[in-house]
Design a protein around this ligand. Structure first.
Ligand SMILES: Cc1cc2nc3c(=O)[nH]c(=O)nc-3n(C[C@H](O)[C@H](O)[C@H](O)COP(=O)(O)O)c2cc1C
Length: 299
């Protein structure tokens, strides 16, 4: 079995595969299906300062090879998470990455400051197309302000999860300059669907986030470009559903991968992706994942 361990600036993970924020809840249901200690890390659904009920139904809409979602950051809020959910997650031994979203840089700092010790990393969600009134993508200056606030409040490993739209290179560079230890690329693309009979948009919020296999080639190009431009690690997220998908991103230079929508059509997707990475590497005689990272760039 190849050595799949991966080193970040302030964190080392046993393997590079983790669920994407919001597609794995807090792990409870998946923990009944497989051993969560197999995960490189567990990324929580995004937490906000106060509880959020999320958007009205419908919230999910299937598209060819993809999924539109408009969940609207439904979550129990920071206080309930820290008191009732986090202790169990930390006790499970799996590295816990807390995803957070703040309406303002100050709010990002407030949430980051209130996280107790033991959290492996923070993931700052810098794009949420599904929050009412927030259909635009953050500018690089807004990215820098939020990442800077998180950096001031949280001394540990901190990741910036950017939008795939707008000037993603400028956003990645802004996150790096503001102190992010890694960039996660990326969140969903803004899309929409129309109810032809009802003659109205399917989603109350009009736009929704597109994810799944449909976006993989788009995100692969983004990750490839970010890996060429940034000095910090890039974590790939977009349409990954197999070990070969994950390896495409790693060959492009990604340090790690996150599996999102695939969890909905295969609840065992994360451990399967991990197993398949090992199988492909073994078949190629590769003993250390590090050997192949970014190798398409070196040709
Ligand atoms: C139902 C659903 C809920 C999501 N919730 C969040 C969230 O809470 N925070 C976040 O940063 N991203 C969220 N995302 C985006 C995913 O984490 C991921 O960035 C995106 O879906 C692309 O990866 P995928 O194609 O593998 O799903 C959500 C995606 C889906 C489909």
């Amino acid at each position: 079995m190849a050595d799949l361990s991966v080193a970040f600036r302030k964190l080392r993970l046993a393997n590079p595969v983790m669920p994407a924020a919001g597609t794995f809840g807090f792990g409870a249901e998946y923990g009944e299906l497989f051993d969560l200690s197999l995960l490189g890390a567990l990324v929580t659904k995004t937490l906000t300062l106060r509880p959020r009920p999320g958007n009205p139904q419908p919230r999910l809409w299937e598209t060819p090879c993809g999924l539109l979602n408009s969940i609207g950051l439904e979550n129990p809020g920071l206080e309930a998470f820290v008191a009732e959910i986090l202790p169990g997650l930390l006790a499970s031994g799996v590295p816990v990455v807390v995803s957070l979203y703040g309406e303002t840089p100050d709010e990002v700092g407030t949430i980051a400051r209130r996280l107790p010790p033991g959290v492996a990393a923070l993931e700052v969600n810098l794009s949420c197309p599904n929050v009412p009134g927030k259909l635009s993508v953050l500018s690089p200056a807004e990215v820098a302000a939020r990442v800077g606030a998180a950096r001031e409040a949280f001394p540990g490993e901190m990741w910036a999860k950017i939008a795939p739209e707008g000037d993603f290179l400028a956003s990645g560079l802004a996150a790096q300059a503001a102190g992010a230890d890694a960039v996660v690329a990326a969140n969903t693309f803004r899309g929409m669907a129309i109810d032809v009979e009802g003659r109205r948009p399917v989603f109350a919020n009009v736009a929704a986030g597109l994810s799944g296999p449909a976006i993989k080639p788009l995100v692969l190009r983004i990750v490839y470009e970010l890996c060429g431009a940034l000095a910090i690690p890039v974590i790939a997220c977009g349409g990954i559903a197999s070990g070969r998908d994950a390896l495409e991103f790693i060959l492009a230079g990604a340090h790690a991968v996150q599996v999102g929508t695939a969890n909905f059509f295969d609840p065992l997707a994360v451990p399967r992706v991990l197993r398949e990475i090992g199988e492909v590497l073994s078949s190629q005689g590769v003993e250390v994942l590090e050997e192949v990272r970014g190798c398409v760039r070196k040709r």
